[in-house]
Design a protein around this ligand. Sequence first.
Ligand SMILES: *Cc1c(COP(=O)(O)O)cnc(C)c1O
Length: 218
Amino acid sequence: MTEQDPLAAVRARIDAAARLAHRQDAATLIAVSKTRTAEEIEPLLAAGQRVFGENRVQEAQGKWPALRERYSGVELHLVGQLQSNKAADAVALFDAIHSVDRPSLVDALGAACANAGKHPACFVQVNIGDEPQKGGCGVADLPALLERARAAELTIAGLMAVPPADLEPAPYFALLAKLARDHGLGGLSMGMSNDLETAVMLGATHVRVGTALFGARA
Ligand SMILES: *Cc1c(COP(=O)(O)O)cnc(C)c1O
């Protein structure tokens, strides 16, 4: 590992945290490539990274079909808010959707999955700090939303959250982990550039990292 190699550095951070937590299983690194050009993304692909995250369907549609022709085995995750009218496009393009957060979207995704015969891994996004301005379903609304998602035959992989900015994230990660356990869900999408060690130590199965890989966004 060299300091000039951000991918190796991020992987080392994940591995070090997993070792500290005596974890045997690895957390998946999702390289969040939103706002980045194909030219910025290619070095990571060339270095072997295959799991990427985008936050806009249209932007991803513009970049990824061509990249997928050149690099096999790419796994694409949607980590941004999804409008119900884009559900079919999202199901067609993405292998995982981390922003399932309301009944209307559950229904739209259920119909889109059935129609396409394709079942991306779905994470239910939880508004873990109950912040009024933030996406995600309220903690109190989670049981009903999960029930609806199961009825819609979505493939529920786990839970996702972004903790409140400027607060210690550990209690929020721990709460998300508890909610996942309570509902028998194995997947935990939590942790970003600044807090991925804490997330991995608290059981994250997927960390979503942009800035630490690509530099600050414009
Ligand atoms: C942009 C984004 C990330 C990556 O954040 P960084 O701080 O750049 O690592 C992770 N998760 C979501 C939902 C995002 O929108």
